[in-house]
Design a protein around this ligand. Structure first.
Ligand code: TXA
Ligand code: MG
Length: 408
């Protein structure tokens, strides 16, 4: 039975938090300190869920080692119980306390943690079922762990003094929230407390990496905030420093390998369940990539015509939301009669980090503005563009290939 709350939002100022080496976090803002103490108390003593900011997206946290607390994550989100959770730690010692006592962390992982922790990289480790509730791992032999860099997240985990299990703080199937107000709109009354630490800098979720396979390759199960290019660079630098010619390979799921079993088991978002979808239809516009053989490119007018039946309010024009790079030529086409355009600009085509940071905010903002449909333009699948396109493909119900430079 889901509980009902009057949701409280408490402001936290990330700039008021500092982490002196080998002592507890120092918090100069009394308001932030009180908010963190309240949240830690809710988590540890009351086994409640608490929404907190991370550098990727907002998380819905619970004390990870308490099965009843973890169960509340699933009921609050309406999350299928076979979708495992990421554990968030604030120190290497906390990570170690989760792992099987005889387990030695592989060198590749140490290299990646040195480079990217705290930060948007999640690693799979062997799960010790005597420590980690089965609900966290969904009964799998591995557990996903990351150390977030957001000061509010790090301080909260330190205050709670226990790892926090935290999925993105959205109802299952919805875009991930990157601002406290996104969470408020979605989960109002379903959570007691939201810590508002401002907008998330990265704006989409962490990169999930499995380095436990016997071939020694790293498998990117979910591209995310840490780019594949950055991971490859760090591994190459490390190998060069060691005078070792063997650099572990980095394989991206669906790009470099496929895994039938994984696609059935929802070990990574969007494989089995609906993901990232606002309540209005989303169409992905391919404007640079040529269409597959069986698909004919269409004109922009055809795309618009296919949307006209979606108009919900017959007294006003079709309202179309557009998410496209700020320097896209698509913007020149948005003058069609009888359409009200709502443009949410992404970064320029050469700056995928900004597009990634704005994607979920754009989907949620356009949904709030009551558009009838959302058009999203593709960006190049490089650097943050890889994670961007991964999310967009899952959000979109339909893909159209456009003759962009041939508008009717
Ligand atoms: O950036 C993030 O990772 C955010 C913030 C809050 O930290 N969290 C997040 O959690 O995105 P969530 O639950 O929305 O996505 C985590 C994904 C899950 O969909 C799950 O499939 C995958 O990570 N995952 C978790 N444990 C796994 C495991 N043992 N094996 C494979 N995949 C796993
Ligand atoms: Mg999620």
């Amino acid at each position: 039975m889901a509980m009902s709350f009057s949701t409280q939002v408490l402001r936290c100022d990330p700039t008021s938090i500092t982490f002196p080496p080998s002592s507890s976090p120092q918090i100069s803002s009394p308001e932030t300190l009180r908010a963190l103490e309240t949240a830690a108390h809710d988590l540890v003593s009351r086994h409640q869920v608490v929404v907190f900011p991370t550098e990727t997206v907002y998380g819905l946290g619970a004390a990870a080692l308490v099965p009843a607390a973890v169960a509340r994550i699933f009921s609050t989100k309406g999350r299928p119980s076979d979708n495992p959770l990421i554990l968030h730690v604030s120190s290497r010692a906390m990570l170690q306390s989760l792992l099987p006592p005889d387990y030695a962390i592989p060198h590749t992982y140490t290299t990646l943690m040195d480079a990217f922790w705290p930060g948007a990289l999640t690693l799979l480790f062997p799960a010790d079922p005597s420590r980690i509730p089965a609900a966290v791992t969904a009964g799998r032999p591995t557990v996903a762990v990351r150390m977030p860099s957001h000061p509010v997240a790090r301080a909260l985990i330190t205050f709670a003094d226990t790892p926090l299990a935290a999925p993105s703080a959205n109802s299952s199937g919805k875009p991930s929230p990157t601002r406290a107000e996104h969470v408020q709109r979605d989960l109002d009354g379903k959570v007691a407390l939201i810590l508002d630490g401002g907008p998330c800098a990265i704006g989409l979720e962490s990169t999930v990496v499995d380095g436990l396979q016997p071939d020694g390759a790293l498998r990117v199960l979910r591209p995310g905030g840490i780019t594949v290019e950055d991971i490859e660079r760090v591994l190459a630098d490390e190998a060069a420093g060691d005078g070792d010619a063997r650099v572990p390979r980095v394989l991206v799921h669906r790009r470099d390998y496929s895994d039938e079993e994984m696609e059935q088991a929802p070990t990574t978002p969007g494989m089995k369940y609906r993901h990232y979808s606002p309540s209005v239809p989303v169409v992905l516009l391919m404007t640079s990539t040529p269409p597959p053989a069986e698909q004919a490119p269409v004109g922009f007018a055809d795309v618009l015509d296919s949307l006209r039946h979606l108009r919900r309010d017959s007294a006003s024009p079709l309202k179309v939301g557009v998410l496209a790079p700020s320097d896209s030529r698509l913007n020149d086409s948005l003058s069609a009669a009888a359409v009200e355009w709502r443009v949410f600009a992404l970064g320029t085509r050469s700056d995928p980090a900004i597009s990634a940071a704005r994607l979920f905010d754009g989907l949620l903002t356009l949904e709030k503005e009551g558009v009838d449909a959302i058009l999203i333009e593709e960006i190049e699948e490089e650097r943050e563009g890889l994670a961007y396109m991964n999310r967009v493909r899952k959000a979109a119900g339909e893909t159209r290939w456009l003759h962009l430079y041939n508008v009717a």
